[in-house]
Every structure is written in structure tokens, then in C-alpha cells.
Design a protein around this ligand. Structure first.
Ligand code: PLP
Length: 437
């Protein structure tokens, strides 16, 4: 009874005082929160009412090492007790930030070697666009201002990141249609070339892409796509930025998603998995060449910095988190369990008549819901959100994507997931789909 009263009290306070991020505001007001989470262990989350669910999304694609890691809590506490915060502006620094930057240089592809820290992925994206523009100012080509991104992309919600996001509803929400941002088809290098030509190559600062599109419906680029992107960017002198906010730190079965394509970007955004959500941290890595140009050509101050750039506690947590990923071989596990997940999706596809295309790379997976498996015809109204609700009732958290007339379920469980947990995830999923079809 005591707990019931507490839950009721929190439901009311939540409705009244808590404006939730990216949420259906009216439904939130009518129904209140569906789960008030209190604890997590491994791939599981527990709520106040005592329900235990599999976190099939690693919450927001970010809890790579799983929930309830006391060793990360310990590192955070030790760092906060010693030095919770000090500035990294100008010539000030701190050991965790220095060591994390050095570690990132060791694990990042190619010559990406210097890091600008932020508090998350949206800030990382805005930082990348600003650094790209500043780079062109230093290089004497200030007209290179435009950023090309892709259809179905998601880059976050800061103003630049919103404008770069190819999913239109995010831009329409604030009437964000900055003409300096343009979009190429997410899979077509021919279209990228046409957009560059139409906009004028000398006006373009950078092209940005997620190695695997997550929030936009789980789209794995075709073989050869990024190799061609790299050579198009080189041909037109455009900087190539990868947004590894989801795909970084083992998620796809390699350290960074772009490694599947064997090319090296000029800049790379990261966040989420760098700390597995145990602290707020993101950043942008730049190549040795850009770093050298910055230092040689710049005469003034790098006028871009967040109070929390290089936050000592967040960086200490990042270092320990990377250590866990390496010690526990989680990148390999993501590859092995990712194959298991895709195999399971294919099995479900055979069992359930409303499952269309299934797709994935490592522990990022997607299932398209269709009316007709043969023709790929969609239902008039989206079905995936109903399956999400059914799955949650049965103990599995997953997510639906319905932008751009899609009807897709997406998954990204923690990289620690084992065979039994994966089997359970697939079993619940199959039951949830069966309950709807
Ligand atoms: N970039 C990508 C590819 C993302 O998926 C996200 C968030 O989901 C972001 C950027 C924004 O990151 P954040 O929510 O930490 O600002």
C-alpha cells in the first residue's frame, strides 16, 4: 500500500511538473509514466511496481556495458570526491580528460587523433559543423558553409543538429529550415553528387552521415557506399564527418561503425556508449591533418567551448567504461549476439506473416512490419507502436519508428547480452507480434 501511494504520488507529480524529452505530451498528461524505473542489472530494468523488463534498447542505444555496474559508480565517486570539476578553457586541464583523449586517439580509426569534448551527441554535432566552418575560414574559403546530411538521418536536437536531421518532423517542430543545410538520399551516392553539384561544391563545408542510421529506422548502407562517399568528398574537397553517437564503442561489432567500410572520416562525433550512460559525455574527434591546420593557421582563440567540455568525472567514467568493453570482449560479443539476433528475426519472419524485411549490423537490429510479405505493402495505420506496447506488457522494451511512412521496430540491447537473454528477447518479441497479427 505504501508503495502504491508513492507510485500514485509520483505519477501525479510527473504529470504536473516533468516535461519529458521527445514524448507524446498529451498521452503523457493523460496516462502519466508507463514505468518509473528504480534499478537496473545487466540487460534488465526494474520499475517501482516491481516489474522486470529486458532493456532491448540499451535505454537510448547507450547503455553498452549494461546496467548496475558498481565499478563505474566507484570511479565516479572517487573522481568526484577528489576533483568533481575544474575548467578546461584556455590552458587548464585535468588528468581524466587528457587520458581519455589519448585513449580515444588509440582506438579511433586512422589518424583521428584529437578530441573536443561535449556533454552529449547533439552538442557533438553542432561542434563538428562549427569546427568544419571554422576550418574553411582558416583555409581561406569562408563560403564553404553548407552541411549536407542524409534523408532518414538523426543528428540530435541542438539547432545545428536539428537542421542536419533528415527526419522532417524534427525540423518542422521548430520551423527549422536553415538553407545552409541540405540532404542527399541516404543510400545513393549519385544523389549526393547531384546535391553537391546543385548547391555548388565551393559552398559546401562538410557531409555528415551515421554509419548505420538508428533513430531513422535502422538503415545499413549498402556495401561500397561509404567508400564512394569518401572519394566523392575528396574529389570536391568536402570534409567527411561520421556521426558515431550510436554506432561507436562496439555497438555494431567493431569499435566504430565506419570500420565496416574501411574508410577514415575527417571528423567523428561520438557520445552515448563512451560512458554507457553512466555520465553525460560526447565529443568530436578530428584528424591529425585538421588538427595541424588548426594549430598552424589559427591566430586567435578557438571560440567554442562548453562549461562541461572535458568534465573530469565524466571522462574518468569514460575511461573505465572503455576498459570494461575491452576486458570483457564486448565488441566480439556484439558481433556474435548480433548474428544471433538477426537469425532470430529471420525465424520470426518465417513464423509471423506481418514481418517484412529484417536488418541489422551487430547489436543494432530492425524489423519492418508489412501487410503483405510478398509485396512489402504497409498497413494504413502503423502497427509497430502497438507491438511495442504488447512487448512491454510481456517484459521487453523496444522502440518503433514511424517517420517517413515507416513501420519499423528497432532494437539495440546491451553488448553484454548472453544467449539465454537473447532467446528470451526473441521469444517475447514473437509473442508480441502474434498478439497483434
Ligand atoms: N546523433 C545520433 C546518431 C543519435 O542517435 C543521437 C541521439 O540519439 C544524437 C546524435 C544526439 O545525441 P544526444 O541525445 O546525446 O544529444
Amino acid at each position: 500500500i505504501k508503495d502504491k501511494n508513492r507510485i500514485q504520488e509520483l505519477m501525479e507529480l510527473d504529470k504536473k511538473h516533468f516535461l519529458h524529452p521527445t514524448s507524446p505530451i498529451k498521452q503523457q498528461q493523460d496516462e502519466g509514466p508507463s514505468f518509473i524505473f528504480t534499478e537496473g542489472k545487466g540487460v534488465h530494468l526494474q520499475d517501482m511496481a516491481g516489474n522486470t523488463v529486458i532493456d532491448g534498447m540499451s535505454s537510448l542505444w547507450n547503455v553498452n556495458v549494461g546496467h548496475g555496474r558498481e565499478e563505474l559508480g566507484k570511479v565516479a565517486m572517487e573522481q568526484m570526491s577528489k576533483l568533481a570539476f575544474s575548467s578546461c578553457f584556455a590552458t587548464f586541464s585535468n588528468e581524466p580528460a587528457i587520458r581519455l583523449a589519448a585513449k580515444l586517439a588509440e582506438i579511433a580509426p586512422g589518424d583521428l587523433s584529437a578530441t573536443f569534448f561535449t556533454s552529449g551527441g547533439s552538442e557533438a554535432n553542432d561542434t563538428a559543423y562549427k569546427l568544419a566552418r571554422h576550418y574553411w575560414i582558416l583555409k581561406g574559403q569562408p563560403n564553404r558553409r553548407k552541411i549536407i546530411s542524409r534523408t532518414k538521418s538523426y543528428h540530435g536536437v541542438a539547432m545545428g543538429a536539428t537542421n542536419a536531421t533528415g527526419l522532417k518532423p524534427f525540423r518542422e517542430f521548430t520551423n527549422s529550415f536553415d538553407p545552409d543545410f541540405c540532404y542527399a538520399d541516404h543510400f545513393s551516392t549519385q544523389d549526393l553528387r547531384e546535391v553537391i553539384e546543385a548547391e555548388g561544391p565551393e559552398s559546401i563545408a562538410a557531409f555528415i552521415a551515421e554509419p548505420v542510421q538508428g533513430a531513422g529506422g535502422l538503415h545499413v548502407a549498402p556495401d561500397g557506399y561509404f567508400q564512394e562517399v569518401r572519394s566523392i568528398c575528396d574529389e570536391y574537397g568536402i570534409l567527411f564527418i561520421t556521426d558515431e553517437v550510436i554506432t561507436g564503442f562496439g555497438r555494431t561489432g567493431k569499435y566504430f561503425g565506419i570500420e565496416h567500410y574501411g574508410v577514415v572520416p575527417d571528423m567523428m562525433c561520438f557520445a552515448k556508449g563512451v560512458t554507457s550512460g553512466y555520465a553525460q559525455l560526447g565529443g568530436v574527434m578530428i584528424s591529425e591533418k585538421i588538427h595541424k591546420d588548426f594549430t598552424e593557421l589559427s591566430t586567435g582563440t578557438l571560440l567554442h567551448g562548453y562549461t562541461y567540455s572535458g568534465h573530469p568525472m565524466a571522462c574518468a567514467v569514460g575511461l573505465k567504461n572503455i576498459d570494461i568493453i575491452e576486458q570483457e570482449n564486448l565488441i566480439k560479443n556484439a558481433e556474435v549476439m548480433g548474428n544471433e539476433m538477426l537469425k532470430g528475426f529471420k525465424w520470426i519472419q518465417g513464423e509471423r506473416r506481418i514481418v517484412g524485411k529484417v536488418k541489422g549490423l551487430g547489436l543494432m537490429g530492425g524489423i519492418e512490419i508489412v501487410k503483405d510479405q510478398q509485396t512489402n505493402e504497409r498497413f494504413q495505420t502503423s502497427i509497430a507502436p502497438m507491438i511495442v506496447t504488447e512487448a512491454a506488457k510481456r517484459g521487453l522494451i523496444c522502440r518503433s519508428v514511424v517517420f517517413d511512412s515507416q513501420d519499423t521496430l528497432v532494437f539495440s540491447p546491451p553488448l553484454t547480452i548472453n544467449k539465454e537473454e537473447m532467446a528470451r528477447l526473441l521469444e517475447i518479441l514473437n509473442d508480441a507480434i502474434a498478439a497483434i497479427e
